[in-house]
Ligand binder design. Structure first.
Ligand code: ZN
Length: 256
């Protein structure tokens, strides 16, 4: 209980001194942030370092270039230009992709192997860039761990930073909410169209991911686990592509 009150105190103190309200172009909403962009980037850097301690990244120049070029085209048209974006390919035969706060996108090598064309890969990358634009990961960390990570970063307490980074890394491999997934798809389709990719490829790749899940259900670090609700998303993305669904309809789809 004491701990709880300390946390509440810290949060309220932080909000008096450090909270900012910003209009988010991606979500089209005013958002209250404990972690402003600078802090978000610091958290992202720390988590990225931890991530690359745990997972080997691919050094193959062609594979990295393919991912990098697609990222650049998506970033050029996305809603958030206040950060630098990075993409790395993780050397693991898994079909998944994750993004970290502050602009880091990680795609597992299995996605590059299974994507039949750049449009399909662009669909996966656009979805991750959308999570970053809508600040989904940082909001999740902010809600779950509040001031703890920030306090560690501010005081340079190594133990606390390490603890916070571990929490953050863990939370990245847990599932996004259905609302966050729909939003990332909706924005992803928008960025694909603006960047000149065929948005239908998002649907064909989601179908592939769904089939993969049926073959090997519940696999550790599967796309299904981090980005769930595939069947609902497939039908929603189809409607988003044809423009027959606006955001209100997306929200109404939730729970169906
Ligand atoms: Zn997602």
């Amino acid at each position: 209980m004491k701990y709880f009150f300390t946390l509440c105190f810290l949060l309220s103190t932080l909000c008096l001194t450090g909270c900012s309200t910003e209009y988010n172009l991606a979500t089209k909403q005013e958002e209250t942030l404990i972690y402003g962009t600078d802090k978000e980037v610091s958290i992202g850097e720390a988590v990225a370092a931890k991530m690359e301690e745990q997972y080997e990244t691919v050094t193959d120049v062609d594979l990295n270039e393919r991912a990098q070029k697609i990222l650049e085209r998506i970033v050029a048209v996305c809603d958030r230009k206040d950060i630098v974006y990075f993409i790395k390919v993780i050397d693991k035969d898994l079909m998944n992709a994750v993004s970290l706060p502050g602009g880091y996108v990680y795609v597992f090598k299995g996605v590059l192997d299974k994507a039949e064309n750049d449009d399909e890969l662009a669909g996966v990358i656009a979805h991750e860039v959308a999570h970053i634009n809508a600040r989904h990961a940082v909001k999740r960390i902010q809600n779950a761990y509040g001031a703890l990570i920030l306090q560690g970063l501010a005081t340079q307490s190594n133990a606390r930073v390490a603890q916070g980074v571990n929490f953050a890394l863990l939370s990245l491999f847990s599932a996004y909410s259905q609302q966050d997934e729909f939003e990332a798809d909706r924005l992803g389709v928008k960025y694909m169209k603006l960047a000149g990719y065929n948005p239908d490829a998002m649907v064909t790749f989601l179908e592939k991911l769904r089939k993969e899940e049926e073959k090997q259900p519940g696999r550790e670090y599967s796309y299904w686990r981090t980005h769930p609700f595939l069947p609902q998303r497939i039908s929603a993305v189809n409607q988003a592509i044809t423009g027959k669904l606006d955001f209100k309809d997306y929200l109404n789809l939730m729970g169906n």
